[in-house]
Design a protein around this ligand. Structure first.
Ligand SMILES: C[S@@+](CC[C@H](N)C(=O)[O-])C[C@H]1O[C@@H](n2cnc3c(N)ncnc32)[C@H](O)[C@@H]1O
Length: 217
């Protein structure tokens, strides 16, 4: 897998952007290739703006919820040792990579964006872990012990994914900074913490509070 190919993918939408290797805080050395901290921000040329909107490179950021979840896994507050873990909506691959580094038996990452699949594979290689990457959940092949959803509920349409993943995983752990309540009896709020998207997107303070919701047994 190649970092230069990933760089080319980013430049298709943001021609002046770079990728830089960034070490995540409190993640025991986990590194990701992320968009440069002084990435081009508005005013963008109309054709660049159109490209950014039609193909958002979500994978080039480590979202606050993904970072918080990675920290939870890396500090052992969520024990994944030996488990088969599915990271759905993997983006950069942050949660799945943290699970692999924390001793998961097998990690599968899934993202509908092919560039995110490449980013996950490149970042896994950078961190020296093996992750199976798929772009369609129907290719999962086997049931997961734990499904991770980090920063996936930014779109109401994705709420349907919760029932979907309950069918493919024994347990589901959601990390999200945009919702305060899940309003589902089959999930409970188990913890919350603060984390910020990297590089800084200048999000409102309220979106720095990441909540963890776990499916009930
Ligand atoms: C905001 S990013 C979060 C990425 C990563 N989990 C993190 O926390 O940094 C959301 C990701 O979910 C992916 N996604 C959206 N809908 C999806 C779906 N139905 N199945 C799989 N991935 C999806 C997007 O392509 C994007 O990469």
């Amino acid at each position: 897998m190649s970092l230069s190919k990933l760089r080319r993918r980013l430049r298709r939408t943001l021609p002046d952007a770079q990728l830089e290797l960034v070490e995540l805080p409190k993640c025991r050395g986990l590194k990701l290739a992320l968009i440069n901290a002084d990435y081009p921000q508005g005013p963008l040329q109309p054709e660049v703006m159109r490209a950014v909107i039609s193909e958002p490179a979500y994978w080039s950021f480590c979202w606050g919820s993904g970072l918080a979840l990675a920290q939870r896994l890396m500090t052992g507050r969520q024990d994944v040792r030996g488990l088969t873990v599915l990271d759905l909506g993997s983006g950069s691959g942050v949660a799945g990579i943290a699970a692999a580094l924390a001793g998961a038996g097998r990690v599968i990452a899934c993202d509908i964006d092919k560039d995110a699949c490449l980013a996950t594979a490149v970042n896994a290689e950078i961190n020296g872990v093996a992750i199976d990457v798929i772009d369609d959940l129907t290719n999962l092949g086997r049931r997961a012990d734990l499904v991770l959803l980090a920063d996936m509920l930014y779109d109401r349409a994705n709420f349907g994914l919760i029932d979907l993943v309950k069918n493919v995983g024994q347990k589901v752990l959601i990390a999200d900074s945009r919702i305060k309540e899940l309003s589902r009896d089959d999930f409970e709020l188990i913890d919350e913490t603060e984390a910020r998207t990297m590089p800084n997107l200048g999000e409102f303070d309220e979106f720095r509070q990441v909540r963890f919701f776990s499916s009930r047994d």
